[in-house]
Structures are given as C-alpha cells and as structure tokens.
Design a protein around this ligand. Structure first.
Ligand SMILES: NC(=O)c1ccc[n+]([C@@H]2O[C@H](COP(=O)([O-])OP(=O)(O)OC[C@H]3O[C@@H](n4cnc5c(N)ncnc54)[C@H](O)[C@@H]3O)[C@@H](O)[C@H]2O)c1
Length: 336
C-alpha cells in the first residue's frame, strides 16, 4: 500500500486516481490546508469508490507511526507542502517548518518503520535562472525565495539520508515543470484557496468572468513574443510519471533525480490564445511590469525520464486548456 501525503491536493488527487486505475492500493493523508474534503467524493465518482483519506499532518510523528504500523505501507509519495512563492517570502518560518521539518518527521517515521521507498515532489524552481536551455538534471542549483530553498533543502536531506544508508533507500526526486490541466472528466482539478498565483487557474477565472482581466508580467523578455516562456505539463501526465517512478524504484535502490516536463517551450500569450480556443471566450489582458523573481524562460530536457522510466508526456497545450476549462466551467461537478 502506498501512503500519499498531500493526496487531496491538485497533483496528489490526480496521482491517486492514476494509482486506483492501475490497481495500486493507497492511503491518503492530508491536513486540508490547501484542499477540500469534497474532492474525495468527486474522486470516488471517477474511480468507483470514495478513497480513504486520513485528516492529519505530516508533522505529527505519532500519527505517522500509527499509520505505518496499522496499514501495510511499503512506499510513500510525498506531496504535502506549501507552495505559494509570495507567501513563502512573507512567512518563511511557516514554509520551512511545514515543508522541511514535515519531510524530516516523515523520513524519521519511515526509517523507524523500515519503509524506505519515497517519491518526492521537487520543482524546476531548484534551477533558479538557467544559463542555457533546455534544462538538464545536472544543471547548477539555486533558489531565489524560501519556497525554492525549502525544495533544495529537502533534496539535500534526501541525498544525505540515501548516502548514510547506501543501498537501503529507494528515493525519487521528481522535478516538476509547470503542472496544469485537470482530470478529463471535469470532476477534479486545481482548486486554489486564494487568488491564483499561477497563470492557468487565473486565465480560467478570467474566462469564467470571475475576474475581469489578466495581468501579464512583462512583454520585453528575450523570447519570441516577449512574454515569459515555460514548460507546461498536463497533470495527468505528471501523475503517470509518479507511477513510472514507483516501478523504477522497485528495481533500483538509491537516489533517482529526474525532470518531469514536456520539453516544449510555450509563451504566456500562446497559452492565453490556446485557452481562448478551448473556452470560446476572449481573455482580456493587460501588460504590466515584470514580476520580481520570475525567470524569462524555463523548459526541461525530459530525455532522462524517458530513458530511465520509459515515461514521456502525451498531452499538448490545447488538451491542457480544454481540460482546465471543463473543470473551471463546473458542469460535470453539478451533475449528481
Ligand atoms: N503545482 C505546481 O505548480 C508545483 C510545481 C512544482 C512542485 N510542486 C510540488 O508538488 C507538491 C504538490 O503540489 P500541488 O500543486 O498539488 O499543491 P496543493 O497545495 O494542491 O497540494 C498539497 C496538499 O498538501 C496538503 N498539505 C500541505 N501541508 C501539509 C501538512 N503539513 N500535512 C498534511 N498535508 C499537508 C495540502 O492541504 C494540499 O492538499 C508540492 O510539494 C509542491 O511544492 C507543485
């Protein structure tokens, strides 16, 4: 059985659906600090049964010990973290406490229970401002905000834990690029509790009329149309990447570090136009100044994941926008 921390969140819920559809039993743990328990019932409509989710915190050592003793858990996928870059600048201690201390508590509980297989959510943010593109796993690492530092620190903790007990741990550090989209059913998607910090949920809310206008931060970047360029990856592809990593770890002890991206650069304006096609609505936007900390361009070289895991992203941006719009539109959710 696989313990999925942060399983009720955006990427966690899609990964749990993929686990269920692959016939792999899992147990979710989430404190619902950035998700809602209503997702469980909607997941149930997709996979045929409401999944079991323990409401609790990864920083709760006693709870982790109890779960690891009570359930036949042999691997953990660790999504639970706070992820808003701006908030991390304003409240760094909260971020380090939740993300870094939470991961250490989880690793201690796993070590105690002799569970040594872990898939960890890292991020392309650990590459900072890349000198060249596309980004390979061997590129220099740096961070520009506490969220990014928390990911780098957790990556270091995992490397040290692996080095201290060579051959005992099976650890994957998956560096996600820009996860977007939603489940094709329209039942599960990104459910931001605050003003969305990422492009696509914001665009979706503008298309739905919940916000009047999109602000595009800068059109004077050295990119083909001047707007920032990213590597958007469909969350369903990302979910499959976790299953591929679990399969790989079963055969390979040690530390695996791979990019999960498409390798396709897409500008903000391309994404906006794709969303206009998907929704049939026009997206009013204004160009404003660059946002501090944003890099001009960032996209992956995803070939290592293909080579080691046999995994490759399947969906393009039109599909990402169609699925995100179906979710935003909410029609599927209102059908009982
Ligand atoms: N979405 C992205 O753009 C992105 C990019 C790169 C990496 N990541 C990483 O992927 C992971 C999942 O991201 P997401 O987009 O699904 O975020 P999310 O906020 O939707 O999901 C995270 C889940 O973890 C839960 N959680 C947070 N702290 C917890 C704690 N202490 N104990 C128990 N549960 C806790 C939240 O309630 C939420 O359900 C995170 O580690 C994030 O940093 C996300």
């Amino acid at each position: 059985m696989i313990l999925v921390t942060g399983g009720a969140g955006f990427i966690g819920s899609h990964t749990c659906i993929a686990l269920a559809q692959a016939g792999l039993p899992f147990l979710m743990l989430d404190n619902f600090s950035n998700s809602r328990c209503s997702v469980l019932e909607r997941m149930g409509r997709i996979i045929g049964a409401v999944p079991v989710c323990i409401e609790g915190d990864v920083r709760d050592a006693a709870l982790l010990a109890q779960l690891l003793a009570q359930y036949p858990i042999n691997a953990v996928i660790h999504f639970a973290a706070l992820k808003a870059v701006g908030q991390s600048v304003a409240t760094p201690l909260r971020y380090y406490e939740n993300n870094v201390a939470g991961t250490i508590t989880l690793l201690q509980a796993m070590q105690q229970a002799q569970v040594r297989t872990l898939v960890f959510s890292s991020s392309a943010t650990v590459y900072g401002e890349p000198a060249t593109l596309p980004i390979g796993e061997d590129f220099p690492l740096s961070a520009t905000n506490p969220y990014g530092w928390s990911k780098l620190m957790m990556e270091q903790v995992l490397a040290d834990v692996d080095a201290a007990e060579p051959g005992q741990w099976h650890i994957a550090r998956l560096r996600y690029f820009n996860p977007v989209g939603a489940h094709e059913s329209g039942l599960v998607g990104e459910d931001p509790q605050d003003v969305p910090g990422n492009l696509l949920p914001y665009v979706a809310q503008v298309a739905a009329g919940q916000r009047s206008c999109l602000s595009i931060y800068g059109n004077d970047y050295p990119t083909p149309d001047g707007t920032g360029v990213r590597d958007y990856i469909h969350v369903a592809d990302l979910a499959q990447g976790h299953l591929a990593a679990l399969r790989y770890l079963r055969q390979h002890p040690g530390l695996l570090t791979v990019n999960l991206g498409t390798g396709r650069p897409v500008s903000v304006l391309e994404m906006v136009h794709s969303f206009e096609r998907a929704s049939g609505r026009s997206i009013p936007y204004q160009i404003v100044g660059r946002r501090p900390g944003d890099v001009a361009q960032c996209w992956a070289n995803p070939s290592l994941a293909q080579q080691l895991l046999g995994w490759k992203a399947q969906h393009g941006i039109d599909r990402m926008c169609q699925d995100a719009w179906r979710w935003q539109n909410g029609e599927a959710r209102s059908v009982a």
